[in-house]
Design a protein around this ligand. Sequence first.
Ligand code: HEM
Length: 407
Amino acid sequence: MNVQAKPIQAGIPAHVPPNLVYDFDYVTAPVGTHVPQQDLARRLAAEAPDIFFTPRHGGHWIVRRPADTVEMFRRPEDFSNDPRYNDMRQWKPALLPVQADPPLLNDYRKALGAYLAPGNMRQLETHIREIARAIVADIAPRGACDFVTEVGEIFPVTIFLQLVDAPFTDRLQLLKLAQGFTRSPSMAGRAAAIADLATYIRTLYDQRRIKPGSDMLSQFLKTRIGERSLTRDEEEGLGAFMLIAGLDTLRSAMSHSFLYLARHPEQYASLVANPAMIPDAVEELLRISGTSMPERAVTHDLEYRGIQMKHGERIIFLLPVMSFDPALNADPFEVNFRRELSQHLIFGAGPHRCAGSHLARIEIRVLLEEWIARIPSFALAEGEDAPMEASTVWTPKKVNLVWPKPA
Ligand code: HEM
């Protein structure tokens, strides 16, 4: 279990009062047989302050409630992702746009928006469906698969390769590179992973400089910030972050969603019987499948809701548990595909809100549609307890599924 109720004082700065100290390691994923994020949300609501300080990972703040999160995300002048406020995250290259503050952030977002806009993503849907269909057609006759490695990893990486027009044979290398970042518990490990990602992306950019195409990297090369083009570091920081942002998050959200459906066959049967419910179900599945926990650094000594925070202190936002906050949803612990509006913050909020959320939603919906078309019922394999992996993205390690083989 990743939570201890016992308060500790060792390693706690003098300005943090004992009533705001709570021992919690955000890198250890929550466990539970229904919806793990939900079990953790219940426990934190009962035991932890809204904003607390944990001595783990060198000591940092944790925010667990939606209103504080939205407010802090909207105040980059006080709570910033710029690496200059956080010694531990001075990566080379800086990951963009996520490590930039406005106004430069707005220029990077424009470059991304031109490519990831909902209209563009909808045009990709046919390709996305072909990829999903091929993956499901391959595994359906076998009657069994490990969803995480055979679908959750392969599907998004194949789409990403299309976005950057890289060869399909690169997929395992790419997965390893992206996971080197999200699975590394140490900042040094993450810095090394970023350098490797940048090297991979650099080769692709060099090819696009000679022969531009209509892919995402060719678009980034055309980006202008005022009078200038992007620097090499900016190009590589944008490309490297797209990989980190779009692979492990999706693998994880899809694996959580399919794990939930395997454990709740009656909910899956309702979708098989009524596929028109799928888009709403996707939103509710996303709500309960939160994975990523962004962070910010305090830019100057300040007081927030009576709490003293000091320049350079880290704040981690527990977005996955916020879906179960009564401030966002009535009956938050009920998983209801007919919910009028499934409110969540799993894509963040404010100026850094996820630029890939349209693509993420399309990928999950299309996969579910193709899965339903071929696999009318499925369950967790006997004895499978779907262990979680320690990572900065909460994710199941394996989800072994079984279903009746087609005649
Ligand atoms: C279910 C899957 C996904 C989840 C849960 C997710 C979650 C998030 C979150 C929480 C943020 C905000 C980070 C912050 O505030 O510091 C974010 C930002 C971002 N995401 Fe996603 N994401 C997903 C899929 C994707 C995909 C598929 C892409 C692109 C292909 C993508 C691209 C981005 C980008 C570019 C940003 C940075 C935006 C900025 O800093 O302005 N994401 N994502």
